[in-house]
Design a protein around this ligand. Structure first.
Ligand SMILES: N[C@@H](CCC(=O)N[C@@H](CS)C(=O)NCC(=O)O)C(=O)O
Length: 235
C-alpha cells in the first residue's frame, strides 16, 4: 500500500521545492500545506527542531525534516530509484549534493542583499561555486542533459531550485555570470525545462518570488513591476 505524504512549506521555499521535485519525479501524489512564516503553528514547531521547512509528514504520523534526509528517504522507499545504481557514481553524486548549501548561499545572499553595493559584492562571489559545478559537469563523462546523462537524479533535484532562483534574479537584474559557464548554463536550461521541476511549484512561482522580495523589503524588490502585487494570494 502506498503512503500518504504532506509537505509543509512557506510559499517560495527552494528547500521544500527540492522535496517536491523528488515526489514529482517519482509521480507520487502529495498534499502541500503552507504555513505563515511569522506565525508557525504549534504542531509544526513540535516536529521541526530548527523551526524550518520542509517537513514531510508520512501517513499522518511520522514527520521528517531536512530536505536532504527527505530526498534520501523517498529514494529508498519509493520507486523508481533516482540515485545512480553504481556506488562510485552515487558517492560522487552525494559529494556534489553536499555542495548545495554553499551554492545556495551564494545565490540567496545576493538575492537578499540590502543595497546596491552589497548586491555587487555578493554577486561577485557567485562565480566560484558556479565554476566548480561547471568543471564537474565538463568532466562527468556523459553528454547530459542531466548530471548523470539522460536520467534525472537526486542531485538534479537538489540544484534545480537554486538555478531557478538565480535565473529569476538574472531576469530582474542581469548578472551576466552563468554565460561564462556553458556546462552549467546547459544543465540549468535542461533542469528548468524538466516536467518534475516545472510541476514542483505554484504555476506563477516567478511572480510570487518577486512579490516576496517586495513584502520582505529587499533591495532587489525595487526592480519588480508593481503588477505582481497579489501574486501570492492568486497562487
Ligand atoms: N537545511 C535545511 C534548510 C531549510 C531552510 O533553510 N528553510 C527555510 C525556508 S526556505 C526556513 O525554514 N528558514 C527558517 C526561517 O525562515 O526562519 C533543509 O535543507 O531543509
Amino acid at each position: 500500500m502506498s503512503s500518504k505524504y504532506m509537505l509543509c512549506s512557506f510559499k517560495t521555499c527552494p528547500w521544500v521545492q527540492r522535496a517536491a521535485i523528488v515526489l514529482r519525479a517519482k509521480q507520487v501524489p502529495y498534499d502541500i500545506t503552507y504555513i505563515d512564516r511569522d506565525k508557525r503553528p504549534e504542531w509544526f514547531l513540535k516536529v521541526s527542531p530548527h523551526s524550518k521547512v520542509p517537513v514531510l509528514v508520512v501517513d499522518g504520523k511520522d514527520a521528517l525534516f531536512e530536505s536532504n534526509a527527505i530526498a534520501e528517504y523517498l529514494d529508498e522507499t519509493v520507486a523508481p530509484r533516482l540515485h545512480p545504481e553504481d556506488p562510485l557514481a552515487r558517492a560522487r553524486n552525494r559529494a556534489w549534493t553536499d555542495f548545495v548549501p554553499t551554492f545556495a548561499s551564494a545565490v540567496s545572499s545576493t538575492m537578499y542583499a540590502d543595497s546596491d553595493e552589497e548586491f555587487a559584492e555578493k554577486a561577485a562571489r557567485i562565480s566560484s561555486p558556479f565554476g566548480k559545478l561547471d568543471e564537474a559537469l565538463a568532466r562527468r563523462g556523459n553528454a547530459g542533459p542531466c548530471f548523470n546523462g539522460p536520467a534525472f537524479s537526486l542531485v538534479d533535484a537538489a540544484y534545480a531550485p537554486f538555478l531557478q532562483r538565480y535565473t529569476f534574479m538574472d531576469r530582474l537584474r542581469p548578472l551576466g555570470i552563468i554565460e561564462s559557464f556553458p556546462h552549467l548554463a546547459a544543465w540549468r536550461d535542461a533542469l528548468l525545462a524538466h516536467p518534475a521541476v516545472k510541476a514542483s511549484t505554484v504555476a506563477n512561482i516567478e511572480a510570487v518570488w518577486q512579490e516576496n522580495l517586495i513584502l520582505r523589503k529587499r533591495w532587489l524588490g525595487q526592480f519588480v513591476p508593481t503588477s505582481v502585487l497579489g501574486a501570492s494570494a492568486a497562487a
